[in-house]
Design a protein around this ligand. Structure first.
Ligand SMILES: N[C@@H](CCC(=O)N[C@@H](CS)C(=O)NCC(=O)O)C(=O)O
Length: 202
């Protein structure tokens, strides 16, 4: 399998963490991509019209995106339980995946607004709105974290990658302040082999 990849993308990390947890990491070859919302990477656009990472090309030549679809595919390939079958567990994991993905979306869009958009065109109110999504997402994560235990599924993986991305790009937010349950959980989750092996470059 080939994975179009960016070393700092939290969504790529999510897929790689899933691959590690499922014992599939060795079967995934990395293809460097320059995913960018303006200077679009044409080699990537040729396989995924959205030009986004992660994009996976399977050994059968199927092209899969986005991270949710790729995680679901890897889980099915390995016969894993990252997307639980039991309905209650499933809906919980999928909603938690949505919270994690939503925090990452808002954080990545904030990054684009503050680093890619030309300065005269930047809109502080829009950034505030995105960061409010991050804050509200963190509050929901805090409410749920004490029940996570040692659960590893697409939900906790997405949330772990979201927190890792905040550490990487938004350290000044100090997200651990006021979120002791999330901080304690991430102390454990972030130390998992899958998370350590996929740590983004500093
Ligand atoms: N919903 C997508 C989001 C992926 C995403 O936003 N990836 C970013 C990198 S972190 C990207 O490719 N950005 C390029 C663009 O927006 O055109 C997923 O779950 O995979």
């Amino acid at each position: 399998m080939k994975l179009f990849h960016s070393p700092v993308s939290p969504f790529v990390r999510k897929v790689l963490v899933a691959a590690h947890e499922l014992g599939l990491r060795e079967r995934v070859d990395i293809v460097p991509a320059n995913a960018h919302p303006v200077d679009r990477d044409r080699a990537l656009v040729a396989v995924n019209p959205l030009g986004k990472v992660p994009t996976l090309v399977t050994d059968d030549g199927a092209i899969l995106y986005d991270s949710r679809v790729v995680c679901e595919y890897l889980n099915a390939l390995a016969g894993g339980d990252l997307v639980p079958a039991d309905p209650d567990d499933r809906w919980r994991a999928l909603v938690e995946q949505s919270i994690g993905d939503g925090i990452m979306d808002a954080a990545v869009l904030t990054r684009y607004e503050t680093f890619i958009r030309p300065e005269p065109l930047r809109w502080a109110g829009w950034v505030e709105g995105q960061l409010d999504k991050v804050a509200c997402g963190l509050a929901e994560l805090e409410r749920r974290a004490s029940d996570f235990g040692e659960r590893v599924d697409v939900g906790t993986i997405a949330l772990g990658c979201a927190l890792g991305y905040l550490d990487l790009r938004f350290a000044s937010l100090g997200w651990r302040d006021g979120h002791p349950n999330a901080a304690a959980w991430f102390e454990w989750f972030g130390g998992r082999e899958s998370m350590v092996a996929t740590r983004p470059p500093a």
